[in-house]
Every structure is written in structure tokens, then in C-alpha cells.
Design a protein around this ligand. Structure first.
Ligand code: G3P
Ligand code: MG
Length: 374
């Protein structure tokens, strides 16, 4: 790799380009920082070239994950630079005073994140298992684990009294489920219920005279997924199943029970995260705000020009490259995708989505992009 200056220099002009970095497979492999990640980011900070993190990962509050990443990479970072899978859920104010179910993550960390986002009544599948162990016979051995962090339900599950029984108003999968069996069972119970009231079954299910054959046509709550990744780059040398793997498993159970798409019954859900447009739009807004903050002293004298290009550096063609390639910025910013060989993508194979450039690692990506800017 051509070595290039990393000492601090004031930029001859304000850079009109910036970076969006994927995390897993680009900067870290699970808890291990990748070898040249620190050098890449410290070069950008020394040269005041803005960057943000755009990850399909999650499971902790942004403040906690930024602190973890900053320590791991030995780089000063702020939450304004950090967009993770469930960050956009923080803006869903219409559900903050309702009862939401949060799925996934270690223990009840995602519940804590949701409460920090302002959601007032948060239920987890673990809470339901702890209160009604029979709801899922195959996780009894995990009850001691669940009892460490589950909470009493805000209402009982009592189908004989639907008006006072526990009713779920929205389901959010925040992070990769740890107990696919329990979480699949509970989500299925909610989606087949009457109006999200746990313990009930909708009388509309299977009614061919209704759209979607009556499934999810009876006031059941929306189902949000935060991350589409079927595979991701963890510490193991081969890619691991991600939240998209859980969703595909749930879709399989849904199809087996309802007949699924072959019978005209689609599982109605909202899947967010890379490569989907709302996530890139959200990230671009964050990047523009972060860049404005970085150069606020130049903005006052009108020297802060338009952000012209964002280099999306990622390891997964299905999320980072497809997303970077297909995103059309409302600000006219050009997004250029750069694929690294330190994660999901295997060197020498034809990526499913063609990046602007394929490079070895994140430092190569920074060098190549800076070279493009002249
Ligand atoms: O759960 C994390 C995984 O889906 C990938 O995260 O950082 O590569 O977008 P990232
Ligand atoms: Mg990745």
C-alpha cells in the first residue's frame, strides 16, 4: 500500500467528499479490530475528511456502541457519526405511548435501548416466557437465564377477557434473536391473533374472501425488521447467519401455517437497514449534519460547499454495495461503493452487485478514494 501522509494538516480547502463506513467486516470482526482500521480513520481525522458509520448491527444504545468502537479502534468518535440498524426506530414517535414488543439482542439490552429512545411500554418474548412458561415448551432450560432480566407483563394473557389482556401495538426486531424458537413462536402468536391480543386467534385467518386470505387483516400490529442481512462477517472465517436468516426462518413457518406466497398469503412486514433507501436517506442526513458541525466555523463565512460525493465502504455486496449503488440522493450527492475483501465478500469471486472499486482493506479504500478526489 502506498503510504501517505497521516500527520495532521489543515485542509487546503474543505473536502467536498466524505465516507460512510460499514463496521462488521470492514473495521472489526466481532470484537477484534481489523489491522489497518485505526490508520485509515486517523488519517481521515487528521485531514478533516468527514465520515460516519453505517451498520446493520445493533443491540446496544448508540452511545454504548460508539464508546466500544472508539476504544477498539483507539479513535475519538461521537454518536453523531453513528447510524446502526435500529437508530431510525428512535423517530417512530407514533408508538412511544403504546405497547411495543422488542425482539433480539443480549438479555434485555434492546428493551433498554427502546426505553432510551422514549418507548414507554416495552415487552419482550422473554417476559412472556417467564410469565407463561408453557407458551414455548422448548426453552424451559433457559428460564434461569431469562429470570435474570425479564419484567412483569403490563397486562395478563387472558383470552377470556380480551379487553384487559396483553395487546401488542407494534413488533420491532432490533437485533439478531438469540432464541429463534421462542421469538418465532411469539411473533407468530401476535400475527395470528385478533388485533394483537396475545392468547387469541383471529377469526379472519384463512378467509379466502378477504385480502391476504384474512391473515394480518384483523388489526394485528406491524412487524419491523431492522436488518436484512442473511449473512455477516463475524470472527469465524466463514460468514454467519444474520437477522435476515431469522426472518427467512420465520417466513418458512408463516408459509407452512398460512400457505404463504404460493397461496397468496404474503407475510406483511417492513424491512429496514442497508440496502434499503430509508436507511441511506437517514444516514446521509446524519453525515450532512456531522460535516456541517465539523466545519461550522466555515459555514458562517459561506465557505462550506455542497457535499458532492460519499464513498460507501463495505464488505457485503447485498447490503453495502447494492445500497450504495442504488441510493439516489435528494441532495444530488453521488454515492460511490467500495468493496473490501476483509469480510463477507470473497476475493476473486464476482460480486452479486458491482462496486465502483474492489480493494484489499479499509485503508486501501481510503487511499483509493482520496486519490480519486485529487
Ligand atoms: O448484525 C450485524 C451484521 O448484520 C452486519 O453488520 O456492520 O456489516 O452492516 P454490518
Ligand atoms: Mg459488514
Amino acid at each position: 500500500v502506498r503510504s501517505f501522509k497521516t500527520e495532521a494538516t489543515t485542509p487546503p480547502r474543505i473536502p467536498e467528499f466524505a465516507f460512510a463506513f460499514d463496521i462488521d467486516g470492514v473495521l472489526v470482526r466481532s470484537s477484534d479490530p481489523l489491522p489497518r482500521a485505526h490508520q485509515a480513520l486517523s488519517y481521515l481525522q487528521s485531514n478533516q475528511i468527514p465520515f460516519i458509520f453505517l451498520t446493520n448491527g445493533g443491540g446496544k444504545h448508540e452511545s454504548e456502541r460508539v464508546a466500544d468502537l472508539s476504544a477498539k479502534l483507539d479513535i475519538p468518535l461521537s454518536t453523531s457519526m453513528f447510524v446502526q440498524s435500529h437508530t431510525p426506530f428512535a423517530d417512530m414517535n407514533e408508538y412511544k405511548d403504546k405497547t411495543v414488543m422488542v425482539v433480539g439482542g443480549d438479555e434485555d439490552r434492546c428493551r433498554v435501548v427502546a426505553e432510551k429512545y422514549g418507548f414507554k411500554t416495552v415487552v419482550t418474548p422473554g417476559d412472556i416466557l417467564a410469565a407463561y412458561p408453557d407458551v414455548w415448551p422448548f426453552s424451559q432450560q433457559l428460564l434461569p437465564y431469562y429470570k435474570n432480566f425479564t419484567r412483569a407483563l403490563p397486562a395478563p394473557i387472558d383470552p377470556s377477557s380480551p379487553s384487559t389482556s396483553l395487546k401488542i401495538d407494534a413488533v420491532f426486531v432490533y437485533n439478531d434473536p438469540r432464541d429463534w424458537g421462542l421469538d418465532t413462536q411469539i411473533i407468530k402468536d401476535v400475527l395470528l391473533s385478533h388485533a394483537g391480543i396475545l392468547g387469541t386467534l383471529s377469526s379472519k385467518n384463512g378467509d379466502a374472501s378477504l385480502p391476504n386470505k384474512g391473515y394480518q387483516q384483523d388489526g394485528q400490529p406491524p412487524l419491523y425488521f431492522s436488518n436484512p442481512d442473511l449473512l455477516w462477517a463475524a470472527k469465524y472465517h466463514l460468514p454467519r447467519l444474520g437477522q435476515g436468516g431469522f426472518r427467512e426462518a420465520l417466513e418458512g413457518v408463516w408459509a407452512a401455517i398460512t400457505g404463504g406466497p404460493d397461496a397468496g398469503v404474503k407475510l406483511q412486514k417492513i424491512v429496514m437497514g442497508k440496502p434499503h433507501r430509508p436507511t441511506y436517506e437517514f444516514a446521509e442526513k446524519r453525515l450532512i449534519t456531522h460535516r456541517r458541525e465539523l466545519f461550522k466555523h466555515f459555514e458562517s463565512d459561506g465557505r462550506l460547499g455542497q457535499l458532492k460525493r460519499v464513498y460507501m465502504v463495505g464488505d457485503n455486496p447485498e447490503s453495502d454495495i447494492l445500497g450504495g449503488n442504488s441510493y439516489e440522493s435528494p441532495h444530488g450527492t453521488d454515492w460511490a461503493s467500495v468493496l473490501v475483501q476483509t469480510g463477507v465478500y470473497v476475493e476473486g469471486t464476482e460480486p452479486a452487485h458491482k462496486p465502483k472499486q474492489i480493494v484489499g482493506d479499509v485503508l486501501d479504500a481510503v487511499e483509493w478514494a482520496v486519490g480519486q478526489e485529487g
